[in-house]
Design a protein around this ligand. Structure first.
Ligand code: AMP
Length: 282
């Protein structure tokens, strides 16, 4: 695996690869890698000549400074894992490489409705930060294929919208299913911050999704949402939201017609660690 820290060096190398008509797959990450991330590398290995990954803990997407300070960093181990997974290139930029003009950017992405709900509502500015970094990374890497995880369901929608807004890219987006621990907890870098007791409790998020899956029926869905929230409250979570939405456009639903493809989305704090998860139903 080749490691690049400078945008200019990666740019030059990728230009040469494109001249050889190599197809490029890209897997952006914030590091602290786990098998969920590696499943994206594996997916990219199958459809591309070259797999580029990036590790960058993006300051502009953290609405909570303490969450940024505490974000796990395991770079040596990450490099080993990427190498073993067969990743060809790792881009490991500094903050200055990504934001050469600082954070005072005039960019404001018109994300519309998707930014007003769920994490858009509870993490003000978060998706603008995601768009800033993804826009910059796509400009640098210019991949043919982009690999994202369903774990960040709303983020996938935001990035699709960003690519439409930018207009100039022809990138195929591939969304991989959420990889889970054996008890069902969605793998996440933030799980590294959980102590033993919190780790045991964390799986309740998955149980709350299953509860909705097993108890939802046609008609009013507010009661089942409230019951799922109660399950989280009783386990000691501070819940931001338990929502049921149309799986294609994330319109939030209080009524379900029994046919519509839906997704259940949860975000909740266990002490100061915020976890998210989702499950597509029917
Ligand atoms: P992150 O490092 O958290 O920014 O995640 C980088 C990419 O990995 C994103 O596209 C995530 O959606 C994806 N990802 C994170 N956790 C998982 C998981 N448990 N299963 C599959 N993909 C994941």
């Amino acid at each position: 695996m080749i490691l690049f820290k400078k945008t200019a060096d990666l740019d030059k190398w990728l230009d040469a690869q494109r001249k050889k008509a190599n197809i490029i797959g890209f897997v952006p990450t914030m590091g602290a890698l786990h098998p969920g991330h590696l499943s994206l590398i594996t997916a990219a290995k199958n459809g591309n000549d070259l797999v580029v990954s990036s590790i960058f803990v993006n300051p502009t997407q953290f609405n909570n400074p303490r969450d940024f300070e505490k974000y796990p960093i395991t770079i040596e181990k990450d490099i080993e894992m990427l190498e073993q997974a067969g990743c060809d290139v790792l881009f490991l930029p500094s903050v200055h490489e990504i934001y050469p003009d600082g954070f005072s950017t005039t960019k404001n992405y018109d994300l519309g409705f998707v930014e007003t709900i769920l994490d858009g509502k509870f993490r003000p500015g978060h998706f603008q930060g995601v768009c800033m970094v993804v826009h910059r990374l796509l400009d640098i890497v210019s991949p043919d294929n982009l690999y994202l995880g369903q774990k960040d369901y709303q983020q996938c929608m935001v990035i699709k919208k960003l690519i439409r807004i930018i207009g100039k890219f022809t990138i195929n987006i591939h969304i991989s299913p959420t990889l889970r621990e054996s008890d069902g907890l969605a793998m996440s870098s933030r799980n590294m911050r959980l102590n033993t007791e919190e780790r045991e409790t964390a799986v309740t998020i998955y149980h709350s999704l299953l509860f909705i899956k097993n108890n939802i029926s046609k008609g009013d869905v507010t009661a089942v949402k409230n019951q799922a929230k109660e399950i989280l409250d009783n386990a000691g979570f501070k819940t931001d939201y338990v929502e049921i939405a149309d799986a294609t456009d994330l319109t939030l639903l209080n009524e379900w017609n029994g046919q519509q493809k839906i997704v259940v989305l949860v975000a909740a704090f266990l002490n100061e660690i915020r976890l998210i998860d989702n499950m597509v139903l029917n």
